[in-house]
Design a protein around this ligand. Structure first.
Ligand SMILES: Cc1cc2nc3c(=O)[nH]c(=O)nc-3n(C[C@H](O)[C@H](O)[C@H](O)COP(=O)(O)OP(=O)(O)OC[C@H]3O[C@@H](n4cnc5c(N)ncnc54)[C@H](O)[C@@H]3O)c2cc1C
Length: 497
């Protein structure tokens, strides 16, 4: 038993992952969470017979989840039932113009070939390279703590990195293989998960297409929150103690050592602190100025991933012409992207996404009803008011009713909206961001905010604002990476630096 104690601030995917890995190595771990339930951005709520996942809805990279549970001698199957969705999702290009993206690669090849002669063969070539990137990227690069160039000075890895087109943009890369606009739209979609434009995203991330096409889109029955419930159960089994309604307000530091964590109701002491709450919040609001690693200018010049305007809707009838995942790409992404990244403002003609988990899972809505989650990606830092939300509700509903060819609004019996102000209030999110820091080339690996504080010797960071980046699988990995770094320096057999 390692007698050292660790406090983890925050109980999102990264915090639970870090806490469980550290408890498994013998640390005494306490998680302090400001909200009344775990999960962070992946929380859920129940109302009127509906179960709404509040954040993530796409279950990609099942191997990352499986390897997480297997680390502890468990399997995802012990905690939740996964089903593979087929079609994986549907993309709507306009009225009566949509495509169901099939789970089968053969069917997808046939679809591509119909659009562009020779594109099935191009897809094979593209995926072969993407598979290689996934193998090196996910199995090696994302598990690097990004603390020193030395981690990458391994000839084989360097060669691999160069072979992975790290320095070319995804935008250029995809156009070397395909020219049909619908194929390009489909292939660029997974890049949106990384929080940046294809023009600014390294071609390394075609590994996301491998994740999409080859590994598939899955769904844990009961909803995404089942993953959190499983992870918390496993954490508790390993001895992690969770304390909710503990809003951390201060980290006290004495001679570069964090000594105490002060919450609204209590004071805690620990040998090590792992902050999984938003990096900017911890630095700027919880630490004394002289112990902050980054300036306000640094944060102001970071490219944040988008925020979101979300509607959780209960519909008192079953809807037609909807799949589980529906992407409405019936407007041009160029102007919307410009209004997210270049000239931040509320979008004029936004693209949007609708998740209808009740299409797959009857348990998330009352009988005969539909559970809808509508998301519009928007720039962080916008002024968020009820009027604006309502304006976008009407805009999206007009389009959704037209594109699915049915009335929906009169059947809305439950409605809740969620945007910047909620992200700030619930998660202390910098500028109300939803997905953390964008994965641009200049914000990759060593160039991300460091996983270890530069000023406080026993303070570490994890989560979507540090390595490896935004998304559920990266956050799960981030927790594992930080736990390894903590153990290297603070386990009883480690030499303290
Ligand atoms: C709307 C939305 C949709 C998404 N969709 C997907 C998807 O489909 N697939 C996917 O892979 N990813 C998706 N993501 C991204 C994914 O959900 C996140 O990357 C991931 O959940 C982040 O986990 P985290 O642990 O880094 O942070 P968080 O989940 O934010 O956890 C941080 C925790 O710290 C707590 N905290 C903050 N301040 C304090 C404090 N002072 N004291 C105590 N606790 C504090 C917060 O309450 C929170 O619980 C989505 C995100 C959002 C918001």
């Amino acid at each position: 038993m390692n007698e050292k104690s660790v406090i983890v601030i925050g109980s999102g995917f990264s915090g639970i992952s870090a806490a469980t890995c550290l408890a498994d190595q013998g640390f005494k771990v306490t998680v302090l969470e400001k909200n009344s339930t775990p999960g962070g951005r992946a929380r859920s709520f129940n109302t009127q017979g509906y179960t709404f996942d509040m954040g993530p809805s796409w279950y990609w990279m099942p191997d990352v989840f499986e390897s997480y549970f297997q680390k502890f001698g468990k399997s995802t199957a012990a905690y939740y039932d996964l089903v593979r969705l087929d079609p994986s999702y549907t993309v709507v290009f306009g009225e009566n113009d949509f495509v169901d993206v099939p789970a089968s690669l053969d069917e997808l090849r046939a679809l591509f070939e119909k659009w562009e002669l020779g594109s099935a063969h191009q897809l094979d070539k593209f995926l072969e390279q993407a598979a290689y990137k996934y193998q090196v990227g996910i199995n090696q690069l994302v598990y690097k703590p990004g603390r020193s160039v030395a981690e990458f000075i391994n000839l084989r890895l360097l060669l691999d990195v160069l072979r992975m087109d790290v320095f070319q943009s995804f935008h250029k890369h995809i156009r070397r293989y395909f020219s049909h606009p619908k194929i390009i739209k489909l292939m660029e979609f997974p890049i949106l998960f990384l929080g940046a434009l294809p023009e600014n995203t390294p071609a390394l991330y075609s590994l996301m297409n491998y994740a999409d096409i080859s590994l598939g889109t899955w769904y844990p029955m009961g909803g995404m929150y089942k993953i959190i419930e499983g992870m918390v159960q496993l954490a508790v089994e390993r001895g992690v103690e969770f304390k909710y309604n503990q809003d951390v307000q201060e980290i006290q530091v004495n001679q570069s050592i964090a000594t105490r964590v002060v919450t609204a109701n209590d004071v805690f002491e620990a040998d090590v602190i792992v902050a999984s709450a938003d990096y900017h919040h911890v630095e700027k609001n919880l630490l004394p100025a002289q112990y902050q690693s980054y300036t306000s200018e640094y944060w102001d010049t970071r490219v944040m991933a988008p925020s979101s305007l979300i509607f959780y809707l209960g519909i008192s009838k079953r809807l037609k012409n909807l799949r589980h995942h529906n992407l409405y790409f019936d407007e041009d992404f160029g102007p919307h992207a410009n209004e997210i990244y270049t000239n931040p403002k509320w979008p004029t003609k936004p693209l949007f996404y609708v998740s209808a988990p009740s299409v797959t899972d009857l348990s998330v809505a009352p009988e005969g009803c539909e559970n809808l989650f509508i998301l519009i990606p928007v720039a962080p830092g916008l002024q968020d008011t009820e009027e604006v939300r309502e304006q976008y509700y009407n805009l999206v509903m007009d389009r959704l009713e037209k594109l699915t060819n049915q009335e929906i609004r009169p059947f809305v019996t439950y409605k809740r909206s969620y945007a910047h102000n909620d992200f700030i209030q619930d998660y202390n999110a910098f500028k109300g961001n939803a997905y953390g820091l964008a994965n641009t080339l200049l914000q990759t690996a060593l160039l991300k905010p460091s996983l270890k504080s530069k000023k406080v010797k026993n303070l570490f960071y994890t989560g979507q604002l540090t390595v490896p980046g935004p998304g559920v699988p990266p956050s799960l990995i981030s927790g594992q990476v930080v736990a390894k770094e903590v153990a290297k320096e603070f386990s009883s057999s480690a030499v303290v630096v």
